[in-house]
Design a binder for this molecule. Structure first.
Ligand code: C5P
Length: 231
């Protein structure tokens, strides 16, 4: 796979102007962006439409956790925007994951990814909410459930990728946020890793946020990430 198509830049910003400026700075080098709740709430679906209109792939990170009927409706709304990937919470169970997959069938270009355990959560955080298993075990339980429900892939931390790849097989998407370049401080990442390590372990994509968006020169930072993935 071409390394460029494996990098998804997270547009975690508060307004369209900032997002547009970043997309312009990265230019043709970057083909895929993640739009999350922050930008979607601040700037609305036009931010997504503008990216799709420029030929960018959009990962709409809605992290859906709702009743199945509402999840399906949100997935259809995302499909109508032309997004390529959407997320649903695995912790919501098989019902909502199946509803998302079913709703996505009308949009052949859209993939449903299950969020297993948010990468900032530790075993202690899981214990607090009544999950006795360690984060790693919970990740694998939810990934199996997601695959059974027909999800196209999972979101997982760098440290869970290798086992997930061997459990889920070669076709599953494994999208890995929580990555930082060597030497960077892994702020807010409980189970961090580098983009290179994530891809080498079997991730299909990495999500890179602040490493690129907060860099003095985002285009240079993107190039550094890309080069780090070149075999
Ligand atoms: O940390 P960074 O700025 O690279 O985050 C980019 C994206 O990765 C965020 O939008 C967030 O959804 C996701 N992320 C995550 N777990 C973390 C840190 C970030 O899922 N620990």
């Amino acid at each position: 796979m071409d390394p460029t198509s494996q990098i998804i830049v997270a547009l975690d910003c508060d307004d369209r102007a900032t997002a547009d400026a970043l997309v312009e700075q990265l230019g043709d080098a970057c083909r895929a962006y993640k739009v999350g709740l922050q930008l979607l709430t601040a700037a609305g679906p036009d931010a997504v439409k503008a990216l799709v209109a420029q030929g960018k792939e959009v990962f709409l990170d809605l992290k859906l956790f709702e009743i199945p009927h509402s999840v399906a409706a949100a997935v259809r709304a995302a499909g109508a925007l032309g997004v390529s990937m959407i997320t649903v919470h695995g912790m919501g169970g098989s019902g909502i994951m199946s509803a998302a997959v079913e709703a996505a069938r009308d949009f052949p270009g859209m993939r449903v990814l299950a969020l297993t355990v948010v990468t900032s959560m530790t075993d202690a955080d899981l214990a607090d909410i009544g999950v006795g298993d360690a984060a790693g075990e919970q990740v694998h339980r939810l990934a199996r459930l997601a695959q059974k429900a027909g999800c196209h892939g999972v979101i997982a931390s760098p440290q869970d990728v290798a086992t997930l790849r061997s459990n889920l097989g070669p076709d599953a998407l494994i999208v890995t946020p929580g990555v930082t370049l060597p030497g960077e401080s892994p702020a807010g990442h409980a189970r961090p890793g580098t983009p290179h390590a994530a891809i080498a372990a079997g991730a299909s994509h990495v999500v890179v946020g602040r490493t690129v968006t907060r860099a003095a020169n985002p285009a240079t930072a993107f190039h550094t990430v890309r080069t780090s993935l070149t075999p």
